[in-house]
Design a protein around this ligand. Structure first.
Ligand code: GSH
Length: 234
């Protein structure tokens, strides 16, 4: 059994989708990040960066103590290794999937996260920041569009790179992007949506998906410093 520490956001969906696609048994442990549950000591012991997703695998290969894993890219690699699925075994295929996984982790996720921040959450309208991240989002969509030309999935066959990228394309409207401008991304996005594993993963905790962020949640999420926010779950 795997414990999935999770909240329904793009980074969370990557792992709920992977667990569903890999048909691994798991139980969901909600981490309400708008209420500060990511600062609970028990969670920090698993995920010291106070971010979800994280997992604990109670049945690791070879037995022994449960294995905790934080960082969605590390979790995807761990699960792909565990199951032998969605990560090619041959050197060249493996390098390609790793490249596009790292592209998501190092570029698509952080840039689109800043896009959401300045377009949707920032108290002031900071036009420079809005333009900067909207343009960079468009550039990254363009890169993905070129990559998907002539390929059904990002690396040809379906892989953990698709599971990492797709959740970040879900909120394309709030990122100021039109999928019609990126026909290959659009086609891939729709193909992904038809996969039962993607649908099941996307629906985990769907009852709280897209809940409006109140001021308290904003101060917990956007007020973090080196000292960082105290636990506040009231
Ligand atoms: N690099 C991390 C990013 C995870 C991340 O940013 N998670 C957000 C939600 S999408 C979170 O837990 N935020 C809590 C916080 O900011 O305190 C990963 O890929 O796992």
């Amino acid at each position: 059994m795997i414990d999935l520490y999770y909240w329904p956001t793009p980074n969370g969906w990557k792992i709920s989708i992977a667990l569903e696609e890999m048909e691994l048994p798991y139980r969901t442990v909600p981490v309400n990040i708008g209420r500060g549950e990511q600062f609970e000591p028990g969670f920090l012991a698993i995920s010291p960066n106070n971010r979800m997703p994280a997992i604990v695998d109670h049945e690791p290969e070879g037995g022994g103590e449960p294995i905790p894993v934080f960082e969605s890219g590390a979790i995807l690699l761990y699960l792909a290794e565990k199951t032998g699925r969605f990560l090619p075994r041959d050197l060249r295929g493996r390098v390609e999937v790793t490249e596009w996984l790292m592209w998501q982790i190092g570029g698509l996720g952080p840039m689109l996260g800043q896009n959401h921040h300045f377009r949707v959450y920032a108290a002031d309208n900071l036009q420079y920041a809005v333009d900067r991240y909207t343009n960079e989002t468009g550039r990254l969509y363009g890169v993905l569009d070129k990559r998907l030309k002539g390929r059904e999935y990002i690396c040809g066959d379906y892989s953990i790179a698709d599971m990492a990228c797709w959740p970040w394309i879900v909120p394309h409207e709030r990122q100021g992007q039109k999928l019609a401008d990126f026909p290959n991304v659009n086609r891939w996005y729709e193909t992904m949506k038809t996969r039962p594993g993607v649908q099941r993963g996307f629906d985990v905790l769907k009852e709280v998906r897209g809940a409006k962020m109140d001021e308290k949640a904003k101060s917990i999420l956007f007020g973090q410093t080196a000292v960082t926010a105290p636990r506040d779950v009231s």
